[in-house]
Design a protein. Structure first.
Length: 524
């Protein structure tokens, strides 16, 4: 609070009503605010739109002194400060966008105790002269927004966030409140350690986004799948790819098909990126094809779908990225194109990483992502369980709930595939195996004499996509292994032997092949 106002003149409830115009706190807010006002450390985990800002803004106004808010994004700082000023709060920001005079004037007023709230970038805050200056200033609290940035385990690590642990050492009596939309336990614990929070209250809200429908499809011909999919959509969407090259390629191809699409990745210059973002926000373009660089700070509430062309490396990333859909609360969709080969490649990349202890955790994280993609039970349950929000009822708004897997006796089908792989000396990749199964008259098959194999054409009655799906199921069940080190050839595992001999049964799920037109989603 500013020096002019005695601390007890305004309480939290009054501020909520008078300044923010709301009548009651959302669940969790009151408890968090109460703790912070009482000078205790707090960690708040709430999804985007959950109402984190009030959790530090109100205590900053109630407590004596100025609330110092660390925020990584200049644009967000400016928005927040503008809104606060409009509501009559004494707020300002300090970052590289200010010229020297404004900067000095703001610092001066800060020292005089003029402000309720100051937003500051981590690199400014951590400058020695700035910390020394703060030591002479009355501080209400430190708020660390986007607190997951302090953690290597988070999806957006920032080096200058790492040093924020200094705050607690230097100002042990000032409460620190960390806030993030990240929910996983590893990151949560790391934030506590890195910020040096002292026995904090950890408040974790619900991470469910009931209006988002989760769907996973076997990635088969991704370009065609994506075109079919976005033709069925009204409104705008984001397509995430795992490399800049893929982003450029897919975006160009979509453009050629007549879609209003644009690319976005960190290899483009800042102006170009800002332009694409603006075009998207103002609905001039419908589709942004992007890497993960398209993310934090994108404030568009009516994104109707998010497609993952490639599997993300963790559920946290997946959750953050899909969370950009449907912020307006209206029905939205998250579609993941999943391929066992992608998955094997990701594991190989992680394995080749340089830090062994880190690789183990990353592998664990990826295993959870894989489990989500391969789940035969409600996807939302898998997701929420990962965030330790156990739920025992199926959601009714994911592909599994809407179209449950239909099992069939798959022994004969499995035998066709496994014996075909065996006849090919385990020297062929998926598409080649499918070509033989379907008996395609391709020159390279004939030249290799593979049209003479006993398994030639035994799968004629089904489509490529059908066999693709079956092969993925067999990989998932552990009968087939993808040998990434040698051209993704399919190899049989020990477990395949009893199947080939017919000694055990194999239950498979009937492949879902086409992308069905959207049914209206259940709303929250
Ligand atoms: P986050 O930072 O968690 O993404 P915000 O703090 O921006 O979320 O809040 C999201 C929206 O919810 C804002 O429009 C905010 O004004 C509103 N909001 C926050 N708390 C309340 C409340 N107690 N009652 C009504 N609306 C609220
Ligand atoms: Zn479900």
């Amino acid at each position: 609070a500013s020096a002019a106002q005695p601390a007890d003149s305004r309480n939290a409830q009054q501020i909520l009503e008078d300044i923010f115009g709301y009548s009651e706190f959302r669940s969790g807010q009151a408890e968090v605010i109460d703790h912070t006002i009482n000078g205790k450390d707090v960690l708040v985990l709430l999804p985007t739109g959950g109402g984190k800002s009030l959790c530090y803004q109100i205590p900053a106004m109630v407590r004596d002194g100025t609330g110092i808010v660390v925020s990584p994004l200049i644009s967000l700082m400016q928005d927040q400060v503008e809104q606060l000023r409009e509501a009559g709060v004494k707020a300002a920001y300090l970052n590289s966008s200010l010229d020297q005079d404004d900067y000095q004037a703001t610092v001066q007023r800060l020292q005089e105790g003029h402000y309720d709230i100051i937003y500051v970038s981590p690199e400014r805050l951590l400058q020695r002269y700035f910390l020394n200056m703060l030591a002479q200033t009355k501080i209400a609290l430190f708020a660390v927004d986007e607190a997951h940035c302090v953690s290597h385990w988070g999806h957006d690590f920032r080096q200058d966030y790492r040093s924020l642990g200094q705050l607690k050492q230097r100002f042990p009596d000032i409460p620190v409140i960390g806030l993030t939309a990240t929910a996983d336990t590893t990151t949560e614990q790391d934030i506590q350690v890195q910020l040096g929070l002292d026995n904090p209250l950890v408040y974790k809200g619900s991470f469910d986004r009931p209006n988002i429908r989760y769907r996973v499809m076997a990635k088969y011909k991704p370009f065609e799948q994506i075109v079919t999919y976005i033709r069925q959509q009204d409104g705008s969407g984001i397509i995430y790819c795992n490399s800049r090259a893929k982003v450029d390629d897919l975006s160009a191809k979509l453009h050629r098909q007549g879609f209003k699409s644009a690319a976005y990745h960190a290899g483009m210059d800042a102006d170009e990126r800002a332009y694409v973002q603006r075009q998207f926000i103002t609905d001039k373009i419908d589709v942004v094809v992007a890497t993960v660089a398209f993310g934090m700070g994108i404030n568009k509430s009516n994104v109707r779908y998010v497609v993952h062309h490639d599997v993300p490396r963790s559920i946290e990333s997946y959750y953050q990225e899909t969370g950009r859909a449907g912020r307006d609360g209206l029905p939205a969709e998250a579609l993941l194109l999943f391929d066992e080969k992608d998955s094997a490649r990701v594991k190989q990349w992680i394995d080749q990483g340089s830090m062994a202890d880190r690789n183990a955790i990353e592998l664990q994280k990826f295993a959870a992502m894989e489990a989500f993609a391969e789940a035969q039970t409600c996807r939302r349950q898998v997701l929420l369980n990962y965030f330790s929000q156990f739920s025992d009822t199926a959601c009714g708004n994911c592909d599994i709930c809407l179209d449950p897997p239909r099992p069939f006796d798959g022994l004969e089908t499995a035998q066709k595939v496994l014996s075909c792989i065996l006849r090919l000396q385990q020297q062929a990749a998926t598409q080649y195996v499918i070509d033989v199964l379907r008996g395609k008259n391709l020159k390279r098959l004939q030249e290799a004499g593979h049209d003479k194999l006993s398994t030639w054409g035994i799968g004629k009655d089904q489509s490529d996509q059908y066999w693709h799906n079956i092969i993925n199921q067999l990989i998932h069940r552990g009968y087939i292994r993808v040998d990434i080190a040698s051209h993704a050839m399919l190899r049989l595992t020990e477990a395949a032997r009893p199947v080939l001999k017919g000694e055990i049964g194999v239950e498979l799920a009937t492949p879902r092949l086409e992308i069905k037109a959207d049914k209206p989603a259940k709303t929250a």
